[in-house]
Design a protein around this ligand. Structure first.
Ligand SMILES: C[S@@+](CC[C@H](N)C(=O)[O-])C[C@H]1O[C@@H](n2cnc3c(N)ncnc32)[C@H](O)[C@@H]1O
Length: 218
């Protein structure tokens, strides 16, 4: 389900153009296997931003099958992506290899925060961060990544409206997503109130928070 009406989403996605036939095949197979990947409209938005801002290096938290990492790499971005599940990281590695993108994508296995702290070189820097993993841990991931972001780095956080529940908790009547809702609201307040970030929240896909890291001196 999308937070925008399904009809509007279908209309918008009528203009979706896959980056390549191979990427479309990977998208289709992920969707068929119900592997969660960025929605088409989210991909279109991120592609637009990347083409405009031209980040050289992107750090992603949440690899799954490697779809979004492959998409970013296909736009010429050098990607480091972190995946908690070794099985998923392995599958992603195979998908990236099959797409001929191994030289562009480095997959690290482990928790996002821990791996940033222990798996990245001290001076390693990125022009863009994409957060798309455990929904109640976004602030922890961002805080860990800050010292690795270049001044003016872009931060994109996906699923920040979580099917509308973040805006309206009555959409989660059983309280199943209570912690996610509380933590995601905290993340949105953090990137909106802290003067080091310039943030816009857009109701694209499942909700995207786009921030610019103004104080990028670490
Ligand atoms: C929504 S999927 C990522 C989709 C991917 N970005 C794409 O669009 O193709 C989220 C992934 O984050 C991983 N994950 C969950 N918690 C994590 C954590 N603490 N650190 C790193 N990865 C995590 C999950 O195993 C899952 O594969």
């Amino acid at each position: 389900m999308n937070i925008i009406s399904d009809e509007v989403t279908r209309f918008i996605n009528g203009f979706y153009r896959a980056e390549s036939a191979q990427l479309l095949a990977l998208r289709n197979s992920c969707e068929a296997e119900r592997i969660p990947i960025i929605l088409r409209e989210t991909e279109s938005m991120l592609g637009f931003i990347i083409r405009a801002a031209r980040p050289a290096r992107l750090l992603e938290i949440g690899t799954a099958a490697g779809y979004s990492a492959a998409f970013f790499a296909s736009l010429g971005v050098q990607v480091t992506t972190i995946e908690k599940s070794p099985q998923k990281a392995q599958a992603a590695q195979e998908n990236i290899e099959a797409l001929g993108l191994s030289a562009m994508v480095r997959i690290l296995t482990g928790d996002g925060e821990e791996t940033i702290k222990n798996g990245l070189a001290a001076g390693e820097k990125f022009e863009m961060l994409f957060i798309d993993a455990a929904k109640s841990h976004y602030q922890r991931f961002l805080s860990a990544a800050l010292s690795h972001l270049e001044p003016q780095a872009l931060i994109a956080a996906d699923n920040v409206l979580l099917k509308g529940t973040i805006a309206d908790a009555t959409l989660d009547p059983g309280g199943r997503f209570k912690t996610n809702i509380k933590k995601m609201r905290q993340y949105l307040s953090f990137v909106s109130d802290d003067p080091r970030f310039d943030t816009v929240i857009v109701s694209c896909g499942d909700g995207l928070a786009l921030s610019r890291y103004i104080d990028g001196q670490g």
